[in-house]
Design a protein around this ligand. Sequence first.
Ligand SMILES: [Zn+2]
Length: 375
Amino acid sequence: MFVLPRFIGAASRQCLSSTLTRRGRPRLVVSTRTTTIPKASFLSTSSSTRANIQPPHSNNSIPPYMIAMISLPLVGAGYLYVRYQDEVPLTKRQRWIATSTKWETQMGDQEFAKLKRQYKSEILPKDHRASVTVQRVGSRIAQAALEFSQEYNSIGNNNNTFVQPTFTVVRSDQANAFVLPGNHIFVFTGLFQYIQTEDELAAVLGHEMAHTLARHVGEKISSNLLVQLLGSLSLLVDPSGSLLSLIIPSASLLREMPNSRTQEFEADRIGMHLASRACFDPRAAQHFFKKMKQEEEKGKRSRNSRPPEFMSTHPSHDSRIDSMHGWLQETNPIYNREDGTVCRKMREDIAQSRRIAAQRHAARENQHQQQRVLA
Ligand SMILES: [Zn+2]
């Protein structure tokens, strides 16, 4: 899951309503009447004759200023469309992005500051066991994401600047996780009831970081801009707004819904690649999503059970789980690279880090208990 900063959505709605209320644009009238041209009149060089044949402001012809009004934005839009074509790393899907990574990061940073204020009292301290675990697993995924980004930049398919992630764990019943542009990842503690292993946590964090790597928020904002541009152009042709009212719902159905599904699939696939690079078992993604799906089905049967929020924006679970199974053919060779020796060694290090973290946690608990006894 990933979220758009709310102010961006609000800005889009404001822009749209202003285009809907626009008035007073000249109406484009294309007449079907034929004009009878006097014989040989085209040979005449007399300005008065030319004026009789093609009056500059006749109701039967398209005024030049109108042609310019329509063609210039179209040429401009065409140029911008070609200029800002971009390719998703790994999947190689072409899309249009007009925003820069820097701008997306700045917007994400602002929203991050807001959310930190909003969740202030519920944010777990950095030394809390859950925060330590998320940070430890997340930093390994981040290292894999950095290498992934550098690799795709080096082959010229991508020009993204990798931003080091932040991890914020929020105490909440919600089973949810999301990422803001700028790689700010939020994990709600309700999600831990479905996460039994660090491999499953890696699947979630890999999915979120993949949204940032693939710049899905920038893509979404850009496609909203494109719809607004088309809406404005449609008003030139049809000032009544009838065409606009057709364009907006069609765009939403045909573009946004499949797009968000495509983006979720991409985040799953790239996320599994990141987990495998970081030596977390890529099969864990399937296990985790199966558990979430079962919980959601249980939620539909029972009124008291609430479906996990993480799934609410992730459609078509069955096909996603099937796709994950297919992607194991790509990720297993990464996970088992060099006959499995790389990840065997790294997983020993991961286990050692986990043991050290558990010992530190136990020592801290002891210390707190002694302080409580002394108090
Ligand atoms: Zn997602």
